[in-house]
Design a protein around this ligand. Structure first.
Ligand code: PEP
Ligand code: MN
Length: 339
């Protein structure tokens, strides 16, 4: 349930309510909005008499949250969450869109630096690259591990752009968090609840990709795991789901963008690279994502896609990425956003 405090409620009155809730075993989460404070109480409602709570000074209203996810719901927090990355990058902050770009995998120092310079020149504001790769085959390239993280840190130094990278294992969270500005939970790990709890304990922003076989509700429940550990800096990533359609690698659920905007205050980005699996389809779906209201995009870019160690077929060459960025400007403007 949520307890909505009166606009004139004092800090002491809020304190009395939260203490009472904690005494009855509730997890308490405060959301201090511009107009009012909302207290989220997660726990067994029968443990407390709601009428008694209603009578406390400063309490305006008690509202049950019927959805299974609480902290991520719009009911709990009306205002959009803004996820901040170093370098002044803000995801979900009004007009400004965030473009994350780079190769699927970090393959080596020169190749990554080349890609990083190219995407920066085209206007990207976050670098992406995989050091720990979730591959379908155990015999495929698995990533450079810590060396890959060091290369991305070097590219950050040179370009000034923060970077996002995937963490696949609870045992690597500390290591990846030591280097990265944002931790990615990949589609295959969306429902790895131990991993979600572990990244929820860090203070790093999280990019939570949607599992290819997961509903929006399951995806939001996974986000709830992260928020319930105290980390509210979560961005959702729609990267396509598996449907009966085999013409493309996945099917981007464009509906999910406005649906998510309605249900949660968390920002959402679209990944047309994994969503389509084919580089020549990426620009159209990137534009569609922005038109639908996404707060940004994640796009794979490789200086030589035909030599890429993973996902070459869906990677844009730097020139194509540059052209896409130009065409995105018009779409962004049409929907009241900017690059
Ligand atoms: C990736 O971003 O390289 C990746 C593996 O994405 P996903 O988890 O969406 O497949
Ligand atoms: Mn990839």
């Amino acid at each position: 349930m949520i307890i909505i405090m009166r606009p004139d409620a004092t800090a002491a009155q809020i304190g009395v309510v939260t203490d009472k809730l904690k005494k009855h075993g509730f997890g308490v989460h405060l959301s201090q909005g511009a107009e009012r404070t909302v207290i989220g109480a997660i726990g067994d409602k029968s443990a407390i008499q709601l009428e008694a709570l209603q009578m406390l000074p400063g309490v305006s209203e008690i509202v049950p949250i019927r959805k299974p996810y609480k902290l991520v719901s719009r009911e709990f927090q009306k205002e959009d969450t803004i996820v901040a990355l170093p370098g002044g990058v803000k995801i979900g902050a009004g007009e400004k869109l965030v473009i994350m770009a780079g190769p699927c995998s970090v393959e080596g120092e020169q190749a990554f630096l080349e890609a990083a310079r190219a995407v920066k020149a085209a206007g990207a504001n976050v670098l992406r690259g995989g050091a720990f790769k979730p591959r379908t085959s155990p015999y495929a390239f698995q990533g450079l591990g810590e060396k890959g993280l060091q290369i991305m840190a070097q590219a950050r130094e040179e370009t000034g752009l923060p970077f996002v990278t995937e963490v696949m294992d609870t045992r690597d969270v500390e290591l990846v968090a030591k280097y990265a500005d944002m931790l990615q939970i990949g589609a295959r790990n969306m429902a790895n609840f131990n991993l979600l709890r572990e990244v929820g304990k860090t203070k790093k922003p999280i990019l939570l990709k949607r599992g290819p076989g997961s509903t929006v509700q399951e995806w939001l429940m996974s986000a709830e795991y992260i928020l319930s550990e105290g980390n509210k800096q979560v961005v959702l990533g729609e990267r396509g789901i598996r449907t009966f359609e085999t013409a493309t690698r996945n099917t981007v659920d464009i509906n999910a963008v406005p649906v998510v905007k309605k249900l949660t205050h968390l920002p959402i980005i679209v990944d047309p690279s994994h969503g389509t699996g084919e580089w020549d389809l990426v620009p159209a779906i990137a534009r569609a994502g922005i038109a639908a209201g996404a707060d940004g995009l994640m796009i794979e870019v490789h200086p030589k896609p035909d030599e890429a160690m993973s996902d070459g077929a869906q990677s844009l060459k730097p020139e194509t990425f540059q052209e896409l960025m130009v065409s995105l400007r018009g779409v962004a403007r049409a929907v009241g956003r900017q690059l």
